[in-house]
Design a protein around this ligand. Structure first.
Ligand SMILES: *[C@@H]1O[C@H](CO)[C@@H](O)[C@H](O)[C@H]1NC(C)=O
Ligand SMILES: *[C@@H]1O[C@H](CO)[C@@H](O)[C@H](O)[C@H]1NC(C)=O
Ligand SMILES: *[C@@H]1O[C@H](CO)[C@@H](O)[C@H](O)[C@H]1NC(C)=O
Ligand SMILES: *[C@@H]1O[C@H](CO)[C@@H](O)[C@H](O)[C@H]1NC(C)=O
Ligand SMILES: *[C@@H]1O[C@H](CO)[C@@H](O)[C@H](O)[C@H]1NC(C)=O
Ligand SMILES: *[C@@H]1O[C@H](CO)[C@@H](O)[C@H](O)[C@H]1NC(C)=O
Ligand SMILES: *[C@@H]1O[C@H](CO)[C@@H](O)[C@H](O)[C@H]1NC(C)=O
Length: 540
C-alpha cells in the first residue's frame, strides 16, 4: 500500500481490507509437541491431544491446528526419494493421522528442514523440495514449519535461495499451504550487537511465507529455568513489530502452558503478551492433563479476541524502565489495548494516563473512557485520566479502552517509544527542549513520542516541538512545530526500520557517537539506523 509521498500513514484507519485475501489473516492457534515432548512423539500423543482439545473446549475456542515437529521420519528416504514415517511411532501412518485430525475439525501441520538434515538428524529437504511438498500434500498437510539446521554455506544468501525456492514450490501446489520460516532464528542475537544479517533475513521472509520463527527456541519441558526464556523471546518480538500485518506474523514460539518452572502468573503473562502481539498461540503441553486454571486462561475469549483482531497489529512499547513495560495497539473497532507488564518479582502498582495509550491530551479531564480488564471482564466506564494497574510480580494486565466520546477513533495517534533495535536505546528529548539523544529507556515523557499521520514526531514532554532534521549541521533536534519548513519536520517510517527525513533527501535518523542523534545517508549502517516506532506508524 503506497500513501502519498510515503508519509506516515495510520494503519488503524485503513481497516482490515486486505485480511480476506491472505492465507492466514489472523495468527494461527493450535498445538505442537516440540517444547513439551521433543523427540518423544508418536501417533497416540497426537490423537489423544486432538481428542482432549475437542472435548475440553480448546478447539471451540479457536485452537484448530495440530502440528508435528521434528523426529517423525525414518533416517532413510524411500527408493523413490520420498520421506517415510517411522511405523513404530506412527503405526497407521500420516494419511490416516491427517484424516483423523480433519474429521475432528483440525488442520494438520508438519515439520521439515531447509538443509541436508533436520536439527534432530533426520533427512532434510534440501534437493527434495518438490518431492517432499507432494508427499506432504498427499498426506493432507496444510502447514509446513521449515527449520534451518545444516544449511551450507551458513550465509543469508543461501537461506534466501532455499526459502524462495520453497515459496515457488508451495505456490505450484493445488491447495495453499501455510509456510512458517525458521530462517531468521539462525541470525538473531549476534553477540557483537551486529544485527545486519538478521535484518536482511527479516526483510525477505515476509515475501515467501506467513510466519517468521525469528529467534531463540522457547525453553523445553526439561529445562531447569523457563521465565528467562519467555522474556527473551518477548524482548526479541518487540524488535520486529514493523514487519507484522494481516497474513504475516512474527512467531516468538510456543505457549509452554504446563512448564513445571513457570508459576500460573508467569504462564498468564506469556499468554497475555502473546495475545497483545497477535502472535501465534501454539500450545506445547500435555493437553489432556492441563489444570482448570490453565485451561481457563487459554480459553479467555477477551484475550483471544485481541489476538485474532482483523488489524493483526503487534502491540508496541509505549514505555520501558526496567521495572515496567507498557504496550499498546489499535483494534479494528477503534478501541485501543493497554498491556502492563510488571517485570519485577514483587507486586506493584502503575498509573498510565490515557494519552500514553494514544488518546488526545485532555486538559479539561472530562472525557470518559470505558476500561475493561481482559482477565476478569470487569469494566469501569467512568475513567477520565488513565488506568491504574495492580500487577503481581512477573504478571501482565491487559485493558481494552473504548472512548465514550464521539470522535474517539479519529483522534487516536500512535504513541510510544522510538528506539534503536540494536542497542535498545530510546530517543530522548533533552531537558533544554532542543537537543535529542539516544539513552537508557526510563519511561519519561521525553521518551514517549506521538506520531502524527502527517509525519511529525512530538514527545509528551514538549508537545509543541517537532523532531527535525538540519541538513547543514547534519544533526537532528526538536524545534517549535512549524518553526521550520514543514518537510524538515516530517519523517517516513519504512518496513526496513529506517526513519527517513522528508526534507533532507536520502537521509535517515542515525545513532551517532556517545548517544548523539545525527542524520546520515540511508543504508550507511543498519545497526545505527534501524528503529522501532509505535504500532500504526506506517510505512509504504
Ligand atoms: C507416546 O508418547 C507419549 C509421550 O512421550 C508416551 O507417554 C507414551 O507412552 C507413548 N505411547 C506409545 C504407545 O508409545
Ligand atoms: C514412493 O515410495 C513410497 C514408499 O514405497 C510410497 O509410499 C510412495 O507412494 C511413493 N511415491 C510416489 C510419488 O510414487
Ligand atoms: C522408530 O522409532 C523407534 C522409537 O524411537 C526407534 O527405536 C526405531 O529405531 C525407529 N525405527 C527406525 C527404522 O528408524
Ligand atoms: C555486521 O555484519 C555484516 C554482515 O555479516 C558485515 O558485513 C558488517 O561488516 C558487520 N558490521 C560490523 C560493524 O561489524
Ligand atoms: C463498557 O464495556 C463493557 C464490556 O467490556 C460493556 O459491557 C459496557 O456496556 C460498556 N459500557 C459502556 C458505557 O459502553
Ligand atoms: C501535523 O499534524 C499536527 C497535529 O494535527 C499539527 O499540529 C502539525 O501542525 C502538522 N504539521 C504539519 C507539518 O503539517
Ligand atoms: C565520546 O565520549 C568519550 C568519553 O567521554 C570521549 O573520549 C570521546 O571523545 C567522545 N566522542 C565524541 C565523538 O564526542
Amino acid at each position: 500500500m503506497k500513501t502519498s509521498q510515503g508519509l506516515l500513514a495510520f494503519a488503524a484507519a485503513a481497516g482490515p481490507s486486505m485480511a480476506a485475501k491472505s492465507l492466514l489473516a489472523t495468527p494461527p492457534m493450535g498445538f505442537n509437541n516440540w517444547a513439551r515432548f521433543m523427540c518423544d512423539l508418536n501417533q497416540t500423543l497426537f490423537t489423544q491431544t486432538a481428542d482432549a482439545m475437542a472435548s475440553n473446549g480448546l478447539l471451540a475456542a479457536g485452537y484448530d491446528r495440530i502440528n508435528i515437529d521434528d523426529c517423525w521420519p525414518l533416517h532413510k528416504r524411500a527408493a523413490n526419494g520420498s520421506l517415510q514415517w517411522n511405523t513404530t511411532l506412527f503405526p497407521q501412518g500420516m494419511p490416516w493421522l491427517g484424516s483423523y485430525l480433519k474429521q475432528r475439525g483440525f488442520h494438520f501441520g508438519i515439520y521439515s528442514d531447509a538443509g541436508t538434515y533436520t536439527c534432530g538428524g533426520y533427512p532434510g529437504s534440501l534437493g527434495y523440495e518438490e518431492i517432499d511438498a507432494a508427499t506432504f500434500e498427499s498426506w493432507g498437510v496444510d502447514y509446513l514449519k521449515l527449520d534451518g539446521c545444516y544449511v551450507n554455506p551458513f550465509k543469508t544468501e543461501k537461506y534466501k535461495q532455499i526459502y524462495s525456492h520453497w515459496h515457488d514450490v508451495i505456490g505450484r501446489m493445488s491447495k495453499p499451504m501455510i509456510f512458517s520460516e525458521s530462517a531468521p532464528a539462525y541470525f538473531s542475537g549476534n553477540e557483537h550487537g551486529n544485527n545486519t544479517d538478521w535484518y536482511d533475513v527479516m526483510d525477505w521472509v515476509p515475501g515467501y511465507g506467513e510466519l517468521a520463527r525469528h529467534s531463540d527456541d522457547i525453553p523445553v519441558f526439561r529445562d531447569t529455568t523457563a521465565w528467562g526464556g519467555v522474556t527473551t523471546n518477548y524482548d526479541f518480538n518487540t524488535l520486529l513489530a514493523r514487519y507484522q500485518k494481516p497474513g504475516f506474523f512474527n512467531d516468538p514460539d510456543f505457549l509452554i502452558a504446563d512448564h513445571p518452572k513457570l508459576t500460573l502468573t508467569e504462564k498468564k503473562a506469556q499468554f497475555a503478551l502473546w495475545a497483545s502481539f497477535s502472535a501465534p498461540l501454539i500450545i506445547s503441553a500435555w493437553v489432556p492433563a492441563l489444570d482448570k486454571e490453565t485451561l481457563e486462561m487459554l480459553k479467555n475469549e477477551r484475550l483471544i479476541a485481541i489476538n485474532q483482531d482483523p488489524l493483526a497489529l503487534q502491540a508496541t512499547l509505549v514505555s520501558q524502565d526496567g521495572k515496567w513495560d507498557v504496550l499498546s495497539k489499535s483494534l479494528s473497532n477503534g478501541d485501543r489495548i493497554l498491556t502492563v507488564f510488571n517485570r519485577q518479582t514483587q507486586n506493584d502498582k502503575l498509573f498510565v494516563p490515557f494519552e500514553r495509550a494514544g488518546y488526545p491530551i485532555d486538559p479539561s479531564g472530562t472525557q470518559k473512557y470505558n476500561v475493561t480488564d481482559l482477565w476478569t471482564g470487569k469494566s469501569d466506564d467512568s475513567a477520565t485520566k488513565g488506568v491504574t494497574s495492580n500487577v503481581p510480580g512477573h504478571g501482565v494486565q491487559v485493558y481494552r479502552i473504548s472512548p465514550l466520546y464521539n470522535t474517539g477513533r479519529d483522534t487516536v495517534v500512535p504513541t510510544g517509544m522510538v528506539f534503536n533495535t540494536a542497542t535498545r536505546q530510546c530517543l530522548t528529548a533533552g531537558t533544554d527542549g532542543a537537543t535529542i539523544s539516544l539513552g537508557k529507556c526510563t519511561a519519561a515523557d521525553s521518551q514517549v513520542w506521538r506520531v502524527d499521520s502527517n509525519g511529525t514526531l512530538r514527545s509528551l514532554a514538549f508537545p509543541k516541538s517537532c523532531l527535525g532534521a538540519d541538513s547543514k549541521s547534519g544533526i537532528a533536534s526538536i524545534r517549535v512545530c512549524g518553526g521550520a519548513p514543514a518537510r524538515w519536520q516530517q519523517w517516513q517510517y519504512q518496513s526496513t526500520g529506517n526513519i527517513l527525513s522528508s526534507g533532507v533527501g536520502g537521509s535517515c535518523l542515525t545513532a551517532g557517537d556517545n548517544g548523539s542523534v545525527v542524520i546520515a545517508k540511508c543504508g550507511a549502517d543498519r545497526n545505527k539506523q534501524v528503529f522501532e516506532m509505535p504500532s500504526g506508524s506506517l510505512r509504504e
